[in-house]
Design a protein around this ligand. Structure first.
Ligand SMILES: C[S@@+](CC[C@H](N)C(=O)[O-])C[C@H]1O[C@@H](n2cnc3c(N)ncnc32)[C@H](O)[C@@H]1O
Length: 264
């Protein structure tokens, strides 16, 4: 059995990962699949917040808040949010940080970072905690080893073309004993709910999204990305294989989303 990026499951579980990434890595080092993902997100960047709220019936904000609770952010800490999109997690986390702390958001999609940076200009005028965004690939983060107290990723991991490599980067930039929190859309368990969920995910969402955005790709990709990613138990193993400890999982809303927490 192989992961989607072609890494044998057993090799990862046993810790025999590919060599560490070379840095710094700019956009020109992105692979074909990365460019496809990035274009897809560029095409929906201006509407992604509204569509996420609509399709999750507003529950995505509750899930994000739950992730922030799990992160147990302290006022003076340094936080990094990877695959930040338009920065939703960053602003939620920043509510818990004072002028001694900071929250950075990174994403490899310039259209997303442009929206997030515009929000940040307004935020930094009114609040003490510093918020900043930059364009970066999750697989080659441009930060020194041991920089952050917490790294978060919300709805991002399943889009990254090399999960193991991104996890190793996240671990590298965390301080000793730093915390990793991750939120991901997952496949729900209860059989009575599953057929309803699949109909909604594979039929209703792409249909409505096409009407609203006039685009076919992004919301056909969504269900495939959820079903193409690891199960909760597998992803827990992958996180452990990347060197994290105390990995815990928190299923939410019948398992439609799952929060993961771990220590470096
Ligand atoms: C569903 S969106 C982000 C949602 C955002 N975290 C939130 O909570 O609203 C997923 C994001 O992952 C980003 N992404 C995918 N692969 C990436 C990579 N290798 N490096 C950085 N960002 C990536 C996409 O550009 C996209 O903005």
């Amino acid at each position: 059995m192989y992961f989607k990026e072609g890494v044998p499951r057993r090799a990862v579980a046993e810790g025999r990962m590919p060599a560490s990434p070379s840095r710094p890595v700019g956009p020109c080092s992105l692979g074909k699949r990365d460019l496809y993902i990035r274009n897809l997100f560029s095409s929906i960047a201006p509407r992604i917040d509204a569509l996420s709220s609509l399709f999750s019936l507003g529950i995505c904000n509750f899930w994000r808040r739950r992730l922030v609770e799990l992160a147990q952010v302290q006022p003076a800490e340094r936080i990094l949010d990877v695959c930040t999109g338009t920065g939703n997690m960053v602003f939620l986390i920043a509510e818990n940080v004072d002028s001694a702390g900071s929250v950075n958001g990174v994403d490899f999609c310039e259209a997303m970072i442009a929206i997030a940076s515009e929000k940040a200009r307004r935020w930094n005028r009114r609040h003490a905690g510093r918020v900043a965004f930059s364009c970066q690939d999750a697989k080659a983060l441009d930060f020194r080893d041991g920089t952050f107290d917490v790294v978060s990723v919300a709805f991002g991991m399943r889009n990254i073309t090399d999960t193991a490599r991104a996890l190793r980067e996240i671990r590298r930039v965390l301080k000793q004993d730093g915390r990793f929190v991750c939120l991901e859309l997952t496949r729900p368990e209860p059989p009575w709910f599953l057929s309803l969920y699949r109909f909604y995910l594979f039929r209703v969402i792409p249909y409505v999204a096409r009407l609203v955005t006039k685009l076919d790709g992004p919301y056909r990709y969504l269900p495939k990305s959820i079903y193409g990613f690891y199960s909760v138990a597998e992803f827990q193993q992958v996180i452990e294989a990347a060197g994290f400890s105390q990995v815990r999982v928190h299923p939410m809303t019948w398992g439609v989303a799952t929060a993961y927490e771990a220590r470096r």
